[in-house]
Design a protein around this ligand. Sequence first.
Ligand code: DP6
Length: 332
Amino acid sequence: MKSVGRCRAHTNIALIKYWGKRNDELFLPMNSSLSLTLDAFYTDTQVILDESLVSDVFYLDDVKQGEKETEKITNFLNLFRNRANIETKACIKSYNHVPTAAGLASSASAFSALAGAMNQATNLNLDLETLSTFARQGSGSATRSIYGGFVEWDMGEADLSETSHAVQVDDASWDIGMIVIAVNTGKKKLSSRVGMKQTIATSPFYSSWVETATKDIKNIKKAIKSKDFVTLGEITESNGMKMHATMLGAMPPISYWEPDSVKAIQKVKEIRDTGLPCYVTMDAGPNVKVLCKKSDMTEIENRLLEDFDRKQIIPSHVGEGITLLSEDEWNY
Ligand code: DP6
C-alpha cells in the first residue's frame, strides 16, 4: 500500500521577528511575530508512505540526505504518524526554490510544505490552523508559511501547543512587494536555533526585546488594517534592528552582518531620502530584504542595480499559502 501527498509552500519574511523560545521541545515562542509570505521562494515536497520501506528516506534536490538530516524529518513525520496511529515509513522528495540557509528562511517553506504533503498522505485532513501548530514543531518560522499575505503567529498560552498557531491578518493584495538583496547566499555559520538560545541566555537586552516586539505587533496590525505603508515600513525596520541589537548584546556577541549588508542598508536609506518609501529588514544571515510598494519595485530595483549585480537583486510579489500539487503539477 502506498499513499501520496504533494505540496508547495512559500517562504515568509518576518516584519516582527521571532527570536527565542519559551519551550524548546514544543517550539513555543517568547513573543508573537508577523510576516509577509513571498511568491519568489518556495519548496515543493512529495511524501510517499510506503509499507515496504523499513526506514524513512529523504532526498533534497535529488541528493539523498544523511542520518542527521533524515532523523529531523523522521521526528517531524512522527507527529503525524502518532496522530494517525500508523507506523508506515516514508520516502520524501523536496525541491527548494530558495537559496538554502542564506537567511531566506528555507526551513519555513520546507516544514510547511512537508506538513501539507504529510497531511494529505495520511488523510488526516487537519485544518490550516492545526497544521500550522504541526509545522511549528519542525521550525518556528514554518508556522507562518501555511498562510499567504500578512500572517501573525500567535505566541499562544503557557505550554499549550494547540494555542500557538498562525492566522492570516490580511491577504496583502494591495500595493506591497519585497526585494531581496542577496549579499551572501552561502550557508550561515550560526543557526537561528543556537543563536536565539545564546541571546536569551546572555543578552541583558532580552526582556526589553520581548516587551518591544509585543508593542510592535499591536501597532503593525493597526498599520496593516489602515493600509498605512509608511508606518508599516517604519515599524518593520525598527523591529528588525532591535532584534539585531539584542543579539549584539549576547556573550559572545552575535552578528550576521557583512560589509555589503551595511552597504545595502545605506543604499536603501539613500533611495528613501529621495522620496521612495522603502524599508529594510534582516534575519539570521547577511542578506537584506527591502519592503516596498509593488508599484515602486522597478524603480527601486534600478536604483539598487547602480551598486549591486543583477543576480543579487531578487524581486518578489506577495505569496499564497500552501497548495496541494497534483501528479501533473509535479514536474520533477
Ligand atoms: C530571524 O524558524 O529558523 O528568521 O524555530 O529554531 O527552526 P527554529 O528557528 P527559525 O528562526 C527564524 C528566525 C528569524 C526571524 C523570524 O523568521 O521570525
